[in-house]
Write a protein that binds this ligand. Sequence first.
Ligand code: SF4
Ligand code: SF4
Length: 138
Amino acid sequence: MKHHNVIDPSLSRVRILRLEARALNVPIICMACETAPCIKVCPMNARVRQANGTVVTDTEVCIGCRACVYICPVGSPEANPFTGQTMTCDMCMADTDEPWCVTACRQEGALTMAKGERLTTSTVRERAGRIRAILPSR
Ligand code: SF4
Ligand code: SF4
């Protein structure tokens, strides 16, 4: 909503993976990893780290090739269904004390803003592996 001025789940930068068999909802979100492989792989140098640490797509140059989606350990970048360009959470560009989703959440404590160390890519991979391990086999 913050970036598109509409409420449209297809434009959300936080995706929910629903695991019916385990009655689990797993949020998929950019971890802004330390040595972000999406930055290295992008042929247009469109994946850029912002001052607040988040890694975002520069829509001026993104060509929608999705290389960043395939290289990301958690498959976080989501393609905008209208433009084909990728999107990831930017903490609402830190123009408020907390991201809008945290402000808007009415489920007490479900979302909080935590300050922590940036995760290494290997830690992100390890966490993604834990999610994969509970996914039903295909
Ligand atoms: S989690 Fe994925 S999209 Fe986010 S910085 Fe790391 S590689 Fe890039
Ligand atoms: S989809 Fe855009 S941001 Fe992602 S790798 Fe391709 S050009 Fe770069």
